[in-house]
Design a protein around this ligand. Sequence first.
Ligand code: ZN
Length: 205
Amino acid sequence: MNSIEKLVQIFSQFPGIGPRQARRFVYYLLTRANGTLEDLSLNIKNLKNDVVMCDNCKRFFEKKNSQLSVCRICSDETRDHSVLMLVQRDIDLESIEKNGSFNGIYFVLGGSVSILEKEPEKRIRIKELKIFLEKKIKEGLKEIILGVNWNPEGENTGDYVAKELKQITNNHNIKISHLGKGLSMGTELEYTDSETMKNALRNRG
Ligand SMILES: [Zn+2]
C-alpha cells in the first residue's frame, strides 16, 4: 500500500471520520510546509511519552516529568471522595471539570454499551471499575453518579453498569443516582454548560 492510502486508512479509523474526509486530511497535509508536518509527528510521538493513564480513574493526564501514576483529581484531598461520577469518555470529564460544578471524583468507563451489544464487558472498563470500587468503599464511598449521556446508548450504558454493580451497591449501602434525570433528552455531557450541569447535579435521582 502506498503512503497516501496508508494514511487514509489510519485517519478513517478516527471517531466520526469517513474515508472521504480521511483523504481530504491527507491532501491537506501534503500542501503544508515540512516544518508543520515535523511538528505534527513530533507532537504525536510525545503524546505517548507525556501522557499516562491514571491508575485510579483511568483518565489520561500529562505526567510532566514526574513519576506520578495517579492524576491531580484523584490525589486532591480537598475533593469529596465519597461521591464518584462515572463518565463514558475523557472528554466528558474534561467538560464537567471545566465548568467546575462537581467536586467529587471520577471514573472513566472508556466507551459505551449499545443496545444490541453482545459483549458489553469488552466495551467499557467494568472489571477495572469493580476493582476501583473495592478500594474506594474502604475509604468511605457513599454515592455513585451515572454521568452518562442522556441518549439511548448512554442510558443503556448506565443501566448495564447499575445492574453489574447492584450486588456491590446493595451490600455496602451505596446510593446510585442518575445525572440524566436532570438533563433533557439527547443531551451530551461534552456540550453541557455550567448552569445545566449544576441543575443536573441538583436534580439527580
Ligand atoms: Zn485519576
